[in-house]
Every structure is written in C-alpha cells, then in structure tokens.
Design a protein around this ligand. Structure first.
Ligand code: GRF
Length: 206
C-alpha cells in the first residue's frame, strides 16, 4: 500500500526538495503535504513549485487545538519527516505516530544537540569545540530535543581553517546524499504506526 509522508520544515527546505525529488514517480511513496510554522519559509515556495499541498500553522494549532494531528489523520499520513523543523513535536502526534517520525540533525549527536542548537549555531559550536569531524544524525523523534533513537550517522572531516559555512556546506551534501535513502529504508520496514517494534534498532554507518 502506498506510504504517505508529511514533511515539516521551518525554513529553506532544501532537504524537503531533495526528498520530494527522490520519491517523485515512486508508486509506493507519496510526499503528501508540507507543514510549516513559518509563513515566510522558502520551503512553502518550493512546495508550490512542486505541486505539493502546504499547510501553515501556529503554536495553538499544533499544541492546543490538535488541528495538526487531525489534519495528518485526515490526509492518511503514515510517516512524518522533520527536515529543518525547530519545534518539539507534541504528545498527541508522538503517540499517534510512535516510531514513525524521523528528524535530521546537522551534527554527530549526542554532541551539539538540544534546545537552541540548530542551523549555523551547530556548526559554530563544532568549530569552537575544535572538533576534527562533524556529520549528520538521522533519528527517531521523542519528547526531547534531538534525543530519539539514532538510525543513521555519517561523518565528514572538519579541517583546520574551516569556517562554519564550510562545515554547513559539507553537512548539506551529506544530508542530500543520505536522508532520502534512509527514509526509504525506514518506510520499507512496513511496521504500522503506534507499535514499538523499532525500539533497540540502531545502525551507524561511518
Ligand atoms: C538541515 O541542516 C537539517 O539538518 C537541520 O536543518 C537544516 C535544514 O536545511 N535540521 P534545509 O531547510 O533543508 O535547507
């Protein structure tokens, strides 16, 4: 049966576009909707250009009114992918989509994660720490920032003289190379939302 994916993005949406491109023409997977909490997000322009429905929402609709959970269910969404989405996922959605929500973080968790660690702040922290490598982490989402079960990591070198912008560029290349494929792998596991069968599953590819 076709798997219907919702993507949440607060900003640029380049990962969203890569994911949509990867699955375009795939009879088993549909990128069914983009959700954004930011009415000016460039991701919304990308959605329009791609012909993908988009929904803009505010805090009340996500956290109090259950509008977004209702909308997800009305659209028969099977999986949620966070691609540059900066808010915590509320309990009602976590419960309905247990082990079916993926996030990508632009560093090697558990380093450089948590509340407020997003975008260039992450890469600046990597440089400040003197790390000689960084990377990406794809993980299941739980009630804490960047703490769900790690599904996949890939790394890249941080060279002497690299700026945060240099690191950001390398990280985006890793994201584009791996995120769509890792999503496809998770979808193919075919476990229904709400069961816990993914607990304990952990692979890292370095
Ligand atoms: C990515 O670096 C991702 O790891 C992080 O937010 C960024 C989103 O970039 N969670 P984009 O909006 O997909 O260009």
């Amino acid at each position: 049966m076709i798997k219907r994916i919702a993507i949440f993005a607060s900003g640029n949406g380049s990962n969203f576009q890569r994911i949509a491109g990867y699955f375009a023409g795939n009879a088993d997977v549909e990128i069914a909707v983009l959700y954004s909490n930011h009415p000016e997000a460039y991701a919304l322009t990308r959605a329009k250009n791609l012909g993908i429905p988009a929904v803009v929402f505010d805090r009340n609709q996500l956290y109090t009114a259950a509008d977004i959970l209702n909308d997800l269910q009305a659209r028969k969404i099977d999986w949620i992918v966070l691609a540059g989405f900066l808010w915590l996922v509320p309990e009602n959605i976590l419960t309905a989509y247990r082990d079916h929500i993926l996030n990508i973080h632009p560093a090697l968790l558990p380093k450089h994660g948590g509340k407020g660690m997003y975008g260039m702040r992450v890469h600046e922290a990597v440089i400040t720490a003197g790390d000689t490598e960084s990377g990406i982490t794809i993980h299941l989402v739980n009630e804490y920032y960047d703490e769900g079960l790690v599904i996949f990591q890939a790394c890249c070198p941080v060279l002497p003289g690299d700026t945060a912008e240099d690191v950001a560029h390398k990280i985006h290349e890793l994201e584009y190379a791996h995120f769509p494929r890792v999503i496809a792998e998770q979808l193919s596991k075919n476990n229904p939302a709400g069961n816990n069968s993914l607990q304990g599953y952990h692979e890292s590819y370095f």
